[in-house]
Design a protein around this ligand. Structure first.
Ligand SMILES: Nc1ncnc2c1ncn2[C@@H]1O[C@H](COP(=O)(O)OP(=O)(O)OP(=O)(O)O)[C@@H](O)[C@H]1O
Ligand SMILES: [Mg+2]
Length: 261
């Protein structure tokens, strides 16, 4: 790997254990999650801060997402949507509760194992695109492929294909600061697809896209979920996207409720 890639690896603080037996070793706990359940959150609470300034954002919330299910998460600003998605994606620890990714409960796993699970199983599209400033568009994706153990050649081919599909074929060598907000968001979507994750978590993926492109991205997400039996949760404020989802869950005052489509 080039120096810049090494630096990026440090930046992401990924400590990958390439042991092939990882999956077997990790597959310890097997319990309440049903066979076709991809993601299960049970009794999740999240309190930020402590003492007088503490805020309870999530209050014993549960959600199950099955293979082939595309869930929309809606609710007012500050209700805890990003918090909930970050917990589902193993980026943030809950104050209490359990998280199952496939058949594995992850809340007690060490950081190194969580990194591996994030890389292999979860595609995260952040509310802000979260790109690495000193990597070109294509290198953002190649890095993710290489971290998951793919060759550079294979990663390059996959990255280029994805970026072309998202209309970024002419921006492969550009750096994030020379892209528009919508272009950055599309890079972040392509990056989430890179390792063919079983679970896709997207935080307002269409926020900086025009309505036509926004719809195309969500259609692509829905097709991926249906055709390949993935599970997806998408935070959105855009009600025009909801017809593409299977379920709508509403979050307010720390609680989740199902809404009619
Ligand atoms: N690191 C943090 N420390 C303290 N409070 C936080 C932290 N992150 C978020 N919060 C608070 O938790 C609440 C939920 O935030 P969150 O970002 O999950 O909301 P959201 O539903 O995603 O909002 P938006 O629609 O505006 O993105 C907010 O009141 C926010 O101020
Ligand atoms: Mg948010």
């Amino acid at each position: 790997m080039s120096t810049v890639m090494n630096k990026a690896t440090d930046y992401l603080n990924k400590q990958i254990d390439n042991d092939e037996n990882n999956a077997a070793k990790l597959a310890g706990a097997r319990g309440t999650a049903a066979v076709n359940t991809k993601l299960l959150l049970q009794n999740i609470s999240k309190v930020y801060g402590d003492g007088d300034t503490s805020v309870q954002v999530l209050d014993h919330i549960s959600l199950e997402v099955k293979a082939g299910e595309f869930v929309a998460l809606v609710g007012p600003s500050g209700a805890g949507k990003s918090t909930f998605l970050s917990i589902a994606g193993a980026l943030l620890s809950p104050t209490s509760g359990q998280i199952w990714i496939g058949n594995q409960e992850i809340s007690q796993l060490p950081e190194k194992k969580l990194n591996q699970i994030r890389l292999d199983k979860i595609g995260f599209v952040f509310q802000s695109a979260n790109l690495i400033p000193y990597l070109s568009v294509i290198d953002q994706l190649i890095l993710i492929g290489e971290l998951a153990g793919k060759s550079r050649r294979e990663s390059h081919a996959k990255a280029e294909k994805l970026l072309r599909e998202l209309g970024l074929g002419h921006r492969l060598k550009h750096y994030p600061d020379s892209l528009s907000g919508g272009e950055r968001q599309r890079v972040s979507i392509a990056r989430a697809w890179m390792n063919d994750p079983e679970i896709i978590l997207a935080d307002e993926p269409t926020a900086s896209l025009d309505s036509e492109r926004g719809r195309a991205v969500v259609e692509m997400l829905a097709a991926e979920v249906k055709q390949r039996g993935k599970a997806a949760v998408m935070v959105t404020h855009d009600h025009r996207m909801l017809d593409l989802c299977d379920r709508i869950v509403y979050i307010e005052d720390g609680k989740l409720s199902e809404r009619e489509l």
